[in-house]
Design a protein around this ligand. Structure first.
Ligand code: SF4
Length: 415
């Protein structure tokens, strides 16, 4: 078994743990932000007494993954208004879910939320699992973090959570400078979160720790002087007093401590507390080019209509609608791009499309989490009736308003 980490990276003093909980919770009670999913004062009580309700925490936590609070609020309110109960969500169609989710990104989240609600209704007799272990085991799309958040906030289980904000706070509190995305460090942080969580107010404690990371212990310019737990923070002490009071890297595990910064990247005093956390460099995103064509016709009332087609039901942007698009190989000449797009459109239209007729509009760049996508945008006006081939994937003509109300991605709206 690996040796336990040195004491400086742990919370091993019960008196310090108790003081940290007290200070953090008192700050949270004073300063917490008003967020719609906190409006239900008795969130836990409501969840316990009304098992048919869709747990607010579940929806908000799934929406908040990789997404800013300010963006989520409107989506969250519309979602809860439309599907307040597990039953209502279970009966929704994927199309409705995608329409409401349109613009929020990472579309599989909405789909899996709905699949999980169906599972609760059809296989678990409408009863949400109530422990982190069961939530993670039984519900699709619910990982360790979301399970911990639902179990602690909705059902009062004394279990910790570790998200990006908590990683930052804990790494600073305990001077953890090893790669914070490595499984070994993540495991230690979970252990730490489980030790720290307040036994009588676990949901509030977890939210307080995340709130601290979101509002005070922020990535670039943390507000250490206002921080309610600064007296427990080793990074802060190190910044204030230098290494006389806090053992240096070399004192910890004699240079091979698994939680200290690597010997090649020691403490940089110009960075202060932002020496922590550290992450291995990200892989560069994949570069992709896609030709897309906005096909336009006159609708029966004379208003322009545009053709949108549905993407496959799995993979990137699964089930969403888009203008007919074709991924391109890199370094294709423009003329060749046009020809390939014209051939692709011909398959949809069932009639020849002249490459020359495609009007180049411009390029749109959209960054997905791991893909740097450039859409090369063309347009084409069609005269007369167009019969679409029903054997191909679903397609439909929409007005501009209908386009915006459809389940289309932000990238397509930019196009
Ligand atoms: Fe973060 Fe500064 Fe507070 Fe430490 S003192 S937890 S670095 S805000």
């Amino acid at each position: 078994a690996p040796a336990p980490p040195p004491a400086r990276h742990l919370f091993s003093d019960p008196a310090e743990v108790a003081a940290l909980r007290r200070n953090l919770l008192a700050w949270y009670d004073r300063c917490k932000r008003d967020l719609p999913w906190r409006e239900l004062v008795w969130v836990a009580l409501v969840a316990l007494l009304s098992p048919a309700l869709l747990p607010a925490v579940w929806v908000s936590e799934i929406m908040l993954q990789q997404t800013q609070v300010a963006t989520v609020i409107d989506y969250y309110n519309r979602w809860m208004q439309k599907w307040p109960t597990l039953q209502a969500l279970a009966q929704a169609s994927l199309e409705e879910v995608n329409e409401l989710w349109a613009g929020l990104g990472y579309y599989s989240r909405g789909k899996r939320l709905q699949e999980a609600a169906r599972k609760v209704v059809s296989e678990l007799a409408g009863q949400m699992p109530r422990t982190a272990e069961d939530l993670q085991k039984l519900l699709p799309g619910v990982g360790r973090y979301t399970a911990g958040a639902i179990a602690s906030i909705s059902y009062g289980q004394a279990t910790g959570v570790v998200d990006g904000n908590v990683i930052r706070v804990l790494c600073r509190l305990r001077c953890i400078g090893a790669d914070s995305s490595s499984p070994a460090v993540i495991d230690r942080l979970w252990d730490m979160a489980n030790v720290l969580v307040d036994r009588s107010r676990p949901g509030d404690f977890n939210q307080a720790l995340m709130e601290l990371g979101a509002t005070v212990c922020v990535p670039k310019a943390p507000l250490c002087r206002e921080c309610p737990v600064k007296q427990h923070c080793q990074a802060w002490r190190r910044k204030l007093f230098g290494k006389q009071t806090v053992p240096d890297v070399e004192d910890c595990g004699v240079g091979d401590c698994p939680l200290c910064p690597p010997a090649t990247e020691p403490w940089d005093s110009s960075l202060g507390v932002t020496n922590f956390p550290r992450k291995a460099a990200k892989k560069p995103p994949r570069v992709m080019r896609t030709a897309t064509c906005v096909l336009e016709r006159r609708g029966c009332h004379g208003a322009p209509e545009y053709l949108i087609v549905q993407r496959p039901s799995s993979g990137l942007l699964a089930g969403l609608w888009e203008f007919p698009s074709l991924p391109l190989v890199q370094d294709l000449q423009e003329e060749k791009e046009r020809e390939e797009l014209a051939d692709h459109l011909q398959a949809w239209m069932g009639r020849p499309i002249a490459a020359k007729g495609l009007q180049f509009i411009g390029e749109v760049v959209h960054i997905f989490s791991h893909i740097h996508q450039t859409y090369v945008v063309y347009s084409l006006h069609l005269d007369g009736d167009v019969t679409l081939d029903p054997a191909l994937s679903p397609s439909r003509w929409v007005t501009e308003d209908e386009f915006h109300a459809s389940a289309v991605s932000t990238a397509m709206k930019k196009v």
